[in-house]
Design a binder for this molecule. Structure first.
Ligand SMILES: *Cc1c(COP(=O)(O)O)cnc(C)c1O
Length: 395
């Protein structure tokens, strides 16, 4: 509003109208700023109508529930590193996964899900999908039993590579060929690779999901999920997200946008430190097995070497002693490792995993207790000293 018009108004009205379009000259901020909005204003009814007519095809800022410019900026970064057509953002990684299942599956359909998936995916399958008449079959994480488990109603192959907890790998390119031949949608959870260490879309997947809560944000202070698709799979996702009113706050988008700028540097440190810790663990009598796909004796190492650009901060190990209480005492004894869910922040974490309940196709009944470490950016020598003193106390 012009200063001339403003001056003619009373104080209560001026309070609302002043400062709505500040005039200034200068450059622009490095990182796209937070743009907070629910209502978005237009010059005329005709302009609003025109925007609404095109907003399913073009990315238009028309209402806060359909995204905001800060979120759009983050979507573009994720689309770029994932090598996809476009990206949508969701309030959590799990919400992103749930939206993928509800977008592409309907009652009567059958979905094949990898045995190594993030555990809450099983919960979603048992609750939501069962209730809505979607049949689920879990398959071996390496994909070897997919053909025998497929049905005429199969519509989707849902994989996680490398898998949660012990990092099983599958041959994404081979699965993509199989999926294309059968007209199945191939969906991959790419949280482990986070766009830099692994790119499922480049290997033929149709949809890639990342829990941005982990490495993309990198600071353990924000929740978010991303779904990136190829061009063919885009429209159904965009329509279902809009139908459900899915969006993220610009403040959260800003935090992830800020975090993602240092993703390469952080991952390089996580990898370097994790490899050091993994090597050290291999030499310990208390450790039966170390799980990290970058280690030559990992079952998926050859695929990792061919398809991945590196590893991350995740290293799991199996205690030689079977009792869970020894592993619990070990974790409790650590002073530099936090005890808590999630990973991907700058800090080291330790949790105990129960593979006997996290896997239903592969038999882990003989395995000892698994401790999952997330190796952070602390000096790895300090972490090694901490691990050593905890082993010494447990005995
Ligand atoms: C953490 C995680 C998720 C879920 O992300 P949230 O943001 O915690 O909901 C999904 N997949 C994998 C592999 C994860 O590690």
């Amino acid at each position: 509003m012009s200063p001339f018009l403003l001056k003619k108004l009373r104080p209560h009205t001026r309070l609302l109208k002043a400062g709505n379009a500040p005039a200034y000259r200068g450059g622009k901020a490095v990182n796209p700023p937070v743009v907070r909005a629910s209502t978005v204003l237009f010059e005329s009814v005709e302009e609003l109508d025109a925007m609404r007519a095109h907003r399913n095809d073009e990315r238009l800022f028309t209402y806060g529930a359909r995204g905001n410019p800060t979120a759009f900026a983050l979507e573009d970064v994720v689309s770029d590193i994932e090598g996809g057509f476009r990206t949508r953002l969701f309030p959590t990684g799990l919400a992103a996964i749930a939206m993928v299942f509800t977008t592409y599956l309907k009652p009567g359909d059958h979905v094949l899900i990898a045995d190594c998936v993030y555990q809450p995916v099983r919960h979603f399958a048992e609750t939501f999908m069962k209730k809505f008449g979607i049949e689920v079959t879990f398959f071996c994480a390496d994909g070897s039993d997919i053909v025998e488990k497929a049905r005429p109603e199969t519509r989707m192959l849902y994989v996680e590579c490398p898998g949660s907890l012990v990092y099983e790998l599958c041959d994404m390119r081979a699965l993509a060929t199989l999926a294309a031949a059968n007209n199945w949608l191939l969906v991959a959870d790419n949280t482990w690779g986070s766009g830099l260490q692994y790119q499922p879309l480049a290997l033929g997947a149709d949809v890639s999901v990342i829990a941005a809560t982990k490495y993309l944000s990198g600071h353990s202070d924000v929740m978010m999920g991303t779904v990136t698709t190829n061009e063919k799979a885009w429209r159904p996702l965009a329509e279902m997200s809009d139908a459900c009113g899915m969006t993220v706050s610009p403040d959260d988008a800003y935090l992830v946008l800020r975090g993602i700028r240092t993703l390469a540097a952080r991952l390089a440190l996580h990898e370097q430190h994790a490899l050091k810790i993994a090597q050290w663990l291999l030499g310990r009598a208390e450790v039966a097995r170390v799980f990290c796909p970058a280690l030559p004796d990992h079952p998926g190492h050859a695929i990792w070497q061919r398809d991945c650009q590196g590893t991350n901060g995740l290293v799991s190990f199996e205690f030689s002693r079977a009792d869970r209480s020894a592993a619990a005492r070990f974790v409790n004894q650590l002073t530099l490792f936090g005890i808590g869910a999630s990973w991907g922040g700058y800090e080291s974490l330790a949790t105990i995993s129960d593979l006997k309940s996290a896997r239903t196709v592969t038999d882990w009944s003989e395995a000892g207790t698994i401790v999952r470490l997330h190796i952070g950016m602390e000096d790895p020598e300090d972490l090694i000293e901490d691990l050593a003193q905890a082993f010494a106390v447990v005995g």
